[in-house]
Design a protein around this ligand. Structure first.
Ligand code: SF4
Length: 497
């Protein structure tokens, strides 16, 4: 495992101990303080009355405690599980109605100075062909994403490496936002770029924030420190558990509005990771006043050259994966929940009924994969294999058939409904008012610009139902909405309320 000398000096300057210690209460981090093993050990399946009490809190959009979450993990009674599923769907509908937000992942580079045991991009994988997109290559990717597929939101993914450093991130965000491309009836562009990147210092995070980032995403991978240390060699940056654990504290301090957390389920016992996620969002609320905007729950798949063998004891079954999704929805009722195309279509479709709010589609995870600047051989060397290869058009048609409207709305971020403001609106169920109006406007725009005839037909009943509901439930907003809607139909773009 060799590291270039230049990289060594860059690596040695990344971690700032003071930006960990200042957030810690004494010598124990918040995960150690949460005492998750003890909570799991003491948890018992709740009887009917206790279960209904816990679920009433979820329905009132209140966070569950770690003890309550641990109790839900213990539920095996089929009737109780059915009640949990029923409540999770009600919570989702109360906060997010029947909207699903779609996005695309965009991998900008696969250089990495780390050596995570489960990852094909590890620096020790000499088989991986390394690449970072330059500005022209990036524009080609956006031309496809915004001009042919019709995405408005990305999760831009950056490795931890000097070639993907903060200046590269800022420049790439500027390139993405500035790029416009002609569509069937208008102009397409990316309107919100969420960033999945390594942990940064407050100083670097301020620069990324100023470039107009949407959500800043960093996944802890595993909250179980001994497993974390086993998976991430100590001499790497990622080997520092606390630097990663406190990166969202730094992000919120730096002015970031929305942060997204996640765990790579399958590295350690899923029950522990689930409580770790809940403890993390509660810690952010307690110490910085804002919970997490989104939670992601990727599931580990053994990778090429990885130490994770198919008989690894913590790999998560489909049944347990569904329980994870269900319990996150109930424990953190206001949060956005992302299920990516790592999962098969059937798993993703089932997750809709358990409260998922965001899905990707037409996804490519090879570097340069959208503009097809990659060889078939490189495509086999991606970080993981996709389970759901539906196009955005296919996914939207499937969602419409189930009664879901796809929202391309990015208005909240652009008119200040972010951070604590959006959290409060979500808890009160008030954000839905804007979201419902903007979902219809942006959906109509996408249908006119990108949809196949078949998808336009499938979407029509959902669209008409939404418009009827707006007229009936929001009469004071209807007239303005109707005006905007007609302007969109006449070819104007990017109108929002
Ligand atoms: S998981 Fe991320 S940090 Fe770890 S080796 Fe892969 S790309 Fe690098």
């Amino acid at each position: 495992m060799e590291v270039e000398t230049d990289n060594l000096s860059w690596m040695s300057q990344r971690i700032r101990g003071g930006e960990i210690l200042k957030y810690m209460d004494g010598s124990r981090d918040f995960i150690a303080a949460a005492d998750i093993p003890e909570k799991l050990r003491l948890a018992r399946p709740p009887d009917g009355a206790r279960l209904r009490g816990i679920l009433a809190k979820s329905l009132a959009i209140q966070d569950l405690t770690l003890e309550e979450t641990a109790a839900l993990i213990q539920v095996t009674d089929p009737d109780h599980l059915a009640l949990m599923r029923d409540t999770a769907l009600k919570v989702k509908l109360k906060v997010y109605d029947n909207r699903i937000v779609t996005f695309a992942p965009l991998y900008l580079g696969n250089y990495c100075v780390n050596a995570c045991a489960y990852c094909g991009f590890s620096r020790s994988n000499s088989d991986a062909r390394r690449k970072v997109l330059n500005a022209d290559e990036l524009k080609k990717e956006i031309a496809v994403l915004a001009g042919q597929i019709g995405h408005k939101r990305l999760i831009a993914v950056y490795g931890e490496h000097p070639r993907n450093d903060v200046d590269y991130i800022v420049e790439s965000l500027q390139t993405i936002y500035a790029f416009q491309v002609k569509t069937r009836r208008g102009v397409g562009s990316i309107r919100r770029v969420n960033v999945n990147a390594p942990p940064f210092s407050v100083e670097d995070l301020k620069k990324i924030h100023a470039a107009g980032i949407g959500t800043y995403q960093v996944f802890q991978e595993t909250y179980h420190q001994p497993t974390y240390e086993r998976m991430h060699p100590a001499e790497t940056i990622k080997g520092n558990y606390l630097w990663r654990l406190y990166c969202m504290h730094r992000a919120l301090e730096s002015g970031m509005d929305d942060v997204g957390i996640g765990a790579l389920f399958g590295l350690y016992d899923w029950r522990y990771e689930l409580l770790g996620l809940v403890a993390h969002t509660q810690e952010l609320e307690r110490s910085l006043g804002i919970g997490c905007h989104t939670i992601s729950f990727p599931r580990l798949v053994p990778a090429l050259n990885s130490v994770i063998a198919p008989d690894w004891p913590y790999l998560v079954s489909d049944a347990d994966f569904q329980r994870i999704i269900l319990i996150i929805r109930l424990a953190v009722p206001y949060t956005g929940m992302i299920i990516t195309a790592r999962e098969k279509a059937a798993i993703r479709d089932a997750a809709l009924a358990m409260g998922v709010t965001q899905m990707d589609a037409s996804s490519k995870i090879a570097i340069g994969g959208y503009a097809d600047c990659v060889s078939a051989q490189e495509k086999t060397k991606q970080q993981f294999i996709l389970g759901d290869e539906r196009s955005l058009d296919d996914l939207i048609r499937d969602l419409a058939a189930r009664g879901y409207i796809t929202s391309f709305c990015t208005a909240g971020y652009r008119c200040g409904r972010t951070g604590k403001c959006i959290m409060d609106l979500l808890r009160q169920g008030t954000e839905g008012k804007f979201c419902k109006l903007n979902a219809v406007l942006t959906f109509q725009e996408w249908l006119d610009d990108f949809a196949s005839a078949e998808t336009r037909r499938a979407a029509q009943p959902v669209l008409e139902q939404e418009i009827r509901e707006i007229q009936a439930k929001m009469p004071s907003a209807y007239e303005q909405f109707r005006g905007y809607y007609e302007r969109i139909k006449n070819g104007e773009r990017d109108l929002y309320l």
